[in-house]
Design a binder for this molecule. Sequence first.
Ligand SMILES: [Mn+2]
Length: 440
Amino acid sequence: MANSEFAMHIEGVCRNYAEGLKHLRSSGSEIDAVLLHSGSQQFYHGDDRGIPFQSYGHFLHWLPVNRPDQFVLFQPGARPIYFQVIPEDFWYEQTIAAADWWASEFEIVRLAAVSELAKRLTAARIAYLGGHTQLALQLNIDKGGINPIALLSFLDFQRAYKSNYELEQLREANRLAINGHWAARDCFLGGGNEYQIHMAFLDACNILEEESPYTNIVALDEKSAILHYQHKRRDPAESQVLLIDAGCRVRGYGSDVTRTWAKDSAHPVFTELLAGMQNLELEIVNLVCPGIAYPELHSAALHGIASLLNELGICDASAAQLCEQEVPQLFMPHGVGHLLGIQVHDVGGRQADIAGTTSLPPAHSPALRNTRTLTENMVFTIEPGCYFIPMLLEPQRNQPKGASINWSRVEELYPFGGIRIEDNVRVTASGVENLTRQFE
Ligand SMILES: [Mn+2]
């Protein structure tokens, strides 16, 4: 890792926080410093077993350290301080290996317990960003300084724009995930079940399940119509279709990639639909450029799906009529994508500005998570899908929306589930960088 890229990233984050504090001041709140808390270890109720830990997103923006009770203190004009809490403990490994490329950007203060932190906080008015109000109060932070909305709105909004350092992590997370996706496809074609395909992905990426950015979706046949299907069936599979939605995490940054594969024995209409969806996904990626509003990409996806439904005889009305009746939404009930970065569904997707004004999705697509206008270095997913979901389709049989649906065809396609194709993209100065396909 080049020291300079991370140094420039931290410079940018410092500039951003300084501006965020100015913004907070203009809303009437005088704050001199910001304390970021990675989080605390949580336990299952009534148990001494810890829940897998994940550092808070705004903390990871500063430091690639996924450990509880770590703190960064930012004060404008000063070098950021990393309060590295390393308890004395013979039950768990507590050391934190500090790589020079990031350690050199901080003043590191080693503490043996969180209780030692209070006396180190000398700034007058500190804002606390994190999930533990009680701890903030113990650190003598004012109630008004705990997760101040005006600061968080500003920081959430700006997280959409990635530094070169962040883009490098996202590219690497995509490169690793693609290795996993090839292994998963081979396992599927070789007759693997959901569990085996899941393990093939993890093994090819050299990761533990808890190191994934989200729970892998590994769905065979009709289960691929369950959007966030969570099981991994172990029984022998005579399957025709695999939908796998799986990514990797690199220094806190996640990729989010979906591929759908079908065997030659799948229904010919499903196979054509799959080819159509693969083309549609690439067409939407190619629409990406600065200045476009993300909901326009969503509308393009709905229109493309309507055309496919018409061309393949799944519906008997024109694409325009189908869109007018909101029929494509029965086949793609989710949004065409979301912001991506430290969190898989990254923050700020529905913000219109740094003040936090909400920009809601259009009424015909309430699940759309991104309503932002595209700007250079914004990173998000493009993931059109088309599914045969009985729960959504069946109630329409005797309704106006159902009149144009070819029900016998839909019944033939139920056993094949659905399709989703997902890439991660970055907006460039004049167009798009496909962070996923460059590794295929
Ligand atoms: Mn996604």
